[in-house]
Design a protein around this ligand. Structure first.
Ligand code: GLU
Length: 275
């Protein structure tokens, strides 16, 4: 009798666990606790060459991927024990808040608005909003030349917010991902794509002679590693790892590797902000 009841309870608990998993219910453990268990789930971009890219064979490459691997290594987690999850711009805060990822390394600018929902380690890189146009374009020379132009950016991103607020003359269109914007730029449906220079440089390098970076950055985008709000332990450990990556030379060599042949100038590394 007792065994049957225990069995029934066990099956019930299993069913509840299955439902929770099916609903995408995240874990309540912190990033540091998951790392101590030897596994991490990290949010990255899947479609940004040089930054976070999922290759056809299912492997991942780019600076954010390398930063994630370096940080995971410092937390004691091997690269093969990292599960990479796609983190589109508009979903990043939610993924962290729901515990669906341990942390996010996805060209994620530190902003006061986002800090109301998540915390940031870093910055580990400083980018600037820029414009990408077709190679034969001569009239889009900077953000003040966007009057009446169709400009594509991504929902939930800081470049889209900036265009909406400060460049009202531009005809802004927002898509879910930058790769969709790039398609539209190539087809002629859009006149420009706007986001961070380092992201645009990656796309330009993939389409030489077809796309070009305007190369007039007009904002400062400090890339942080998003963690759950209030999880100081994980944030401190990630900050230690970012500092180590910069001081031991891996930061520079990794950027040089990820942007080899693109002509992209590697900037000076940032100073970690332990707010
Ligand atoms: N760094 C900007 C942001 O966090 C643009 C890049 C992106 O959307 O990932 O919104």
């Amino acid at each position: 009798m007792r065994i049957t009841r225990a069995l029934r309870f066990g099956i019930g608990a299993l069913a509840i666990a299955a439902v929770a998993t099916a609903c995408g219910g995240g874990s309540s453990k912190s990033a540091a606790q998951h790392a101590a268990d030897g596994k991490l789930t990290v949010g990255i971009k899947f479609d940004q060459p040089g930054i976070g890219l999922r290759d056809k064979d299912g492997s991942f490459a780019g600076f954010d991927v390398d930063v994630a691997k370096y940080v995971a290594g410092k937390l004691g987690v091997k690269p093969e024990n990292i599960t990479f999850k796609e983190a589109p711009s508009a979903q990043r805060e939610t993924l962290i808040q729901n515990g669906q990822v341990d942390f996010i390394v996805a060209s994620y600018s530190i902003t006061d608005q986002r800090k109301e929902k998540v915390d940031f380690a870093g910055p580990y890189y400083i980018a600037g909003q820029d414009l990408l146009v077709r190679a034969d374009n001569t009239d889009i020379t900077g953000p003040d030349a966007l009057k009446g132009k169709k400009v594509c950016s991504v929902k939930g991103s800081t470049p889209a917010q900036n265009l909406e607020k400060n460049y009202k003359d531009a005809q802004l269109q927002t898509y879910d991902t930058y790769s969709l914007c790039i398609e539209a730029l190539k087809s002629g449906a859009m006149d420009a794509v706007s986001t961070d220079n380092v992201i645009l440089a990656g796309y330009a390098a993939q389409s030489p002679g077809q796309l070009k970076l305007v190369n007039k950055p007009f904002t400062t985008e400090k890339y942080g590693i998003g963690v759950k709000k209030g999880d100081k332990e994980s944030r401190d450990k990630i900050n230690d790892a970012v500092e180590a990556m910069i001081s031991d030379g891996s930061w520079k060599s990794t950027l040089e590797k990820d942007f080899a042949g693109t002509g992209f100038q590697i900037p000076t590394p940032p100073t970690v902000d332990r707010y």
